[in-house]
Design a protein. Structure first.
Length: 444
């Protein structure tokens, strides 16, 4: 005890002063201050849930908070800190290392010996510590020196050691639903103290929906996007309404053409692709010759042929992709001028092959749903329960093994419930690529 007699409690266990958040990012300023502001995780934090009751009565066990980014892991830890009598100490596994962690753990041990007070240690990105490093927590958790709250975006079954997992309660946080994000968005727009209320900005319903989609279940990403958009269009306290095109203009990153004088380059490859698409081998050979004569990189042409084989021929002739791949390999191995023979062979095959864009249209339609619907959860029966925790969460329950039950495999669903009945692959060829998928739609 002589070690501590010449030092005050403040010297031993300094408490950080509250940070000034006036100039902090919007997402930080809007971080919920109490449970009434916390939205989107009612399944685990509504008033009648065991975790909420434990927090309110200061009986919090060690926790592993598992969920995607922006779902409230750090915020929940902060709210727990307000409700507990323990000293709250945040720690980032990204920004700090094991030596700093050992120092915090020793300090927590001393704090409990001197004052009897426990430490609530919040470790963000706990999965960044390897399994040997995580062993350092165990004695301090077991003795009660610390209440460990670990946050992770990775499955704790794989990333957290079993002894630590068995001494903690795993809390699963889900991606925020649209209504929760809309609530957070509107609160940020109206709050004059912490939010953007003084900017006197409003959003059209379409603009709101676009920002909610931009967030994709992540409140922090959505608020970051909102702050940027408002910063672009707010007019010094004057009322401003921001519409969908303005949000798109502010947030969308457009690819710029690398060669401002290269229009002919794009014109020639466009004519080449469209000639093959229209099953015209003569036109395709001519434009191939034009490109080769002009010094175009033959690998570029061969790559476009490989894309064409799947985009425009697809399942109408699956051999098309093999032919196009063989042409690319020939260009790499043989090179010009002889490789022009291989290229002409491939071009005439692709041009005269039957055409179907059903596979291409299918992936466009599927990506459209993936983009608009966000991170829909994998149905539980399709998940693989490789750990006891995952089994307890009903992973793999009611899955019907195709080799034992072919009829069952056909009948069970393989899409999220929100997409039940969707048909992406239409081999009749009745589908066509969506016009609005500029990021992967062919420009040719």
């Amino acid at each position: 005890m002589e070690l501590f007699e010449s030092q005050s409690q403040e010297d031993l266990f300094p408490v950080q002063a509250p940070s000034d958040t006036r100039h902090a990012p919007l997402a930080e300023r809007m971080r919920p201050k109490d449970f009434e502001e916390f939205v989107g995780q009612e399944d685990v934090l509504s008033e009648d849930q065991p975790l909420r009751v434990a927090i309110e009565h200061d009986r919090v066990p060690s926790l592993i908070l598992w969920g995607p980014p922006g779902t409230g892991k750090t915020t929940l830890a902060s709210l727990i800190a307000q409700k507990t009598q323990a000293t709250f100490v945040p720690f980032s596994a990204v920004l700090s290392g094991v030596p700093e962690l050992r120092g915090l753990l020793k300090t927590a041990q001393q704090r409990r010996k001197v004052s009897g007070q426990r430490t609530l240690l919040f470790v963000d990105e706990i999965h960044r510590f390897n399994k040997a490093q995580q062993d350092a927590f165990l004695p301090y958790v077991e003795r009660g020196d610390i209440i460990l709250i670990g946050a992770t975006t990775q499955n704790p079954s794989f990333e957290v050691i079993a002894p630590l997992l068995s001494r903690s309660m795993v809390v699963v946080l889900q991606s925020l639903a649209e209504e929760a994000l809309r609530h957070i968005l509107n609160r940020a727009l109206l709050d004059t103290k912490r939010g953007l209320g003084s900017s006197r900005v409003s959003l059209t319903p379409e603009a709101q929906q676009l920002l909610i989609g931009y967030g994709n279940g992540d409140a922090r990403s959505m608020l970051t996007g909102l702050e940027f958009v408002v910063g672009q269009y707010a007019k010094s306290g004057k009322p401003t309404t921001i519409d969908q095109p303005q949000v798109e203009q502010a947030l969308k990153q457009k690819a710029l053409r690398y060669d401002q004088d290269g229009e002919e380059h794009y014109n020639l490859i466009s004519a080449f692709i469209k000639s093959m698409r229209d099953s015209d081998p003569d036109g395709a050979l001519y434009w191939l010759a034009r490109m080769l004569e002009g010094g175009e990189d033959p690998k570029f042409i061969a790559r476009r042929m490989m894309i064409f084989a799947s985009e425009d021929i697809g399942m109408a002739d699956p051999q098309g992709l093999l032919i196009a791949s063989a042409v690319f390999h020939a260009v790499e191995v043989i090179g010009l001028p002889e490789a022009q023979i291989n290229m002409a062979h491939g071009v005439t095959y692709l041009a005269t092959a039957p055409k179907s864009n059903a596979s291409y249209a299918g992936i466009l339609a599927a990506r459209k749903d993936a983009k608009e619907k966000g991170n829909l959860p994998v149905p539980l029966h399709l998940r693989n329960a490789v750990t006891s925790l995952m089994k307890d969460l009903s992973y793999g329950k009611d899955y019907r093994y195709a080799h034992d039950d072919p009829k069952g495999a056909k009948d069970q669903t393989h899409l999220p419930k929100e997409l039940k009945g969707r048909q992406y692959y239409r081999p009749t060829g009745s589908s066509s690529p969506a016009d609005d998928e500029e990021d992967i739609n062919s420009p040719w």
